[in-house]
Design a binder for this molecule. Structure first.
Ligand code: PLP
Length: 368
C-alpha cells in the first residue's frame, strides 16, 4: 500500500459529466467501460453508473471484461455489450452469452455464422457493426446485403458503426460525413430486405462533442465521460474525474554538465531537480520524454532516464528552495486541460495516460 501516491477518482464528477453529455444529445447513453473504465476501475465505475445514474447498458471490449464484471456484480441489472474480442466463434465461451446479460457485437460474417448455427444462441439478439470507412472491424455493405435475407425473421436489435476521424472538426464532405452516408445506406439495405432494426448508434466522444449522430438511439461515450476532450480547440469542458497525486522524494541543485540518473544524461544548464515517486512501473511515461509537468506553478520538465519507481523533474535554478521533499504533486487534476496538455507534450493521447496508470497505484473513490 502506498500513502502519498494515488489516483483519486471522484464519482460525483462522473455524474456531472454524464449530465453534461445528456444536455448535448437526445440519444440514450451507453457508457464505454472497457480497459478498466479507462483506468478508473471497472467495478466501481460500472456499479456507480448503473446504481446511481440509471444507466442500463455498458460497453466492454472483451468477453473477459464482461464476465469479470458479471461475476463481481451478478445483480448489476445492465446489459454488457462486448465490442471487439467477443470469442463468439469459440464453443467454450458460447455459454457466457446464453442468458443475454452479455451480448456480442458481431463484426464479421464468421461471427454471424457462428450465432446463426448455434442452437443455444437461437434467441441471442443480433448486434451488427458495419464498416463505413474506418476499415478495422465491421461488415461491408456487400456482406450486409448478402446476409440480410437470413436476418428477416430474427431482425437486428442494434446496428452500429465507428468513426475514424471524429476528433477532427466536422466539415461538409469530410470523412465523417462519408461514413454517415454509408451508415444510412446500411440501414436502407436492411430496410429494403424487410429486416427490422430496433436501435442504432454511431457516436464516440469526438462525435458527441460535435453533436453528430444525435438521431440514433444511443451514443457511446468513453473518453469524455472520464474527463478529457477530443476536439481541438476544446469544446468539451467536462471535469477530469481523476486526480493523479504523488510527491517529491528529494530535491537538489545541479551544475551544468552533471550526469543525472542511469546512462549519460547531463544537465544542459544549471538547474534544480526534484525526484518524484512515480516511474515507468506506475504509469506509461517514456524515458527522457522532455514533457512538461507544472508543480505549484513552477514549470518542470521530465529529465534524464525515467526509473522504475522514480523520475526527475528539472526546474530553473530560481526554483531552488521553493519546492521541497514531501511536497504533493498532481501529475494531473480535475481540470481537463492539464491531462490534455500533458498528453500533447508527451506526444501521446489522454487515453494512453489514463489506461497507463498501473495497478501499483491505489484508486481512491470519492463521491464529492
Ligand atoms: C472505445 C469505443 C467508443 C468510445 O470511444 P471514445 O473516443 O473513448 O469516446 C465508442 N464506440 C466503440 C465501438 C468503441 O470501441
Amino acid at each position: 500500500m502506498r500513502h502519498s501516491t494515488f489516483l483519486e477518482v471522484n464519482l460525483g464528477l462522473l455524474q456531472e459529466n454524464l449530465n453534461k453529455i445528456k444536455r448535448l444529445t437526445k440519444a440514450k447513453i451507453l457508457p464505454m467501460v472497457k480497459a478498466d473504465a479507462y483506468g478508473n476501475g471497472l467495478i466501481p465505475i460500472s456499479k456507480f453508473l448503473v446504481q446511481d445514474c440509471e444507466i442500463k447498458r455498458l460497453g466492454c471490449a472483451t468477453l473477459g471484461e464482461a464476465i469479470h464484471l458479471f461475476n463481481e456484480c451478478p445483480d448489476l441489472n445492465a446489459e454488457l455489450m462486448v465490442f471487439s474480442d467477443t470469442e463468439i466463434s469459440n464453443p467454450d465461451f458460447s455459454e457466457a452469452y446464453s442468458n443475454f446479460a452479455i451480448t456480442p457485437v458481431l463484426h464479421q460474417p464468421s461471427d454471424l455464422e457462428s450465432v446463426l448455427s448455434n442452437p443455444t444462441l437461437s434467441k441471442l439478439p443480433i448486434i451488427l457493426k458495419v464498416n463505413t470507412g474506418m476499415n478495422r472491424l465491421g461488415f461491408s455493405l456487400e456482406e450486409l446485403a448478402k446476409y440480410a435475407p437470413r436476418l428477416k425473421t430474427r431482425g437486428v436489435k442494434h446496428l452500429l458503426t465507428h468513426f475514424a476521424r471524429s476528433t477532427e472538426q466536422f466539415k461538409d464532405g469530410d470523412k465523417t460525413h462519408k461514413q454517415l452516408s454509408e451508415f444510412s445506406q446500411a440501414k436502407q439495405i436492411l430496410k429494403d430486405a424487410g429486416v427490422s432494426v430496433q436501435e442504432t448508434s454511431v457516436s464516440n466522444s469526438g462525435a458527441i462533442e460535435q453533436k453528430i449522430g444525435q438521431d440514433e438511439t444511443f451514443v457511446r461515450p468513453g473518453l469524455m465521460l472520464y474527463g478529457p476532450y477530443s476536439v481541438e480547440p476544446r469544446i468539451w469542458d467536462g471535469s477530469q474525474i481523476s486526480r493523479f497525486v504523488t510527491k517529491i522524494l528529494r530535491t537538489f541543485e545541479v551544475k551544468k554538465g552533471t550526469p543525472v540518473g542511469y546512462g549519460v544524461n547531463v544537465a544542459p544548464e544549471d538547474g534544480f531537480i526534484a525526484v518524484i515517486t512515480v516511474g515507468y512501473a506506475d504509469f506509461s511515461v517514456t524515458t527522457a520524454s522532455g514533457a512538461d509537468i507544472t508543480v505549484n506553478g513552477y514549470k518542470g520538465k521530465i529529465f534524464a532516464r525515467v526509473s522504475m519507481d522514480m523520475m526527475f523533474l528539472m526546474f530553473d535554478p530560481s526554483v531552488a528552495g521553493k519546492l521541497k521533499s514531501e511536497d504533493q504533486i498532481e501529475i494531473w487534476n480535475h481540470d481537463n486541460r492539464v491531462i490534455g496538455d500533458l498528453a500533447l507534450s508527451m506526444k501521446t493521447i489522454p487515453y494512453h495516460l489514463m489506461c497507463g496508470v498501473t495497478n501499483r497505484i491505489p484508486r481512491i473513490y470519492k463521491v464529492k
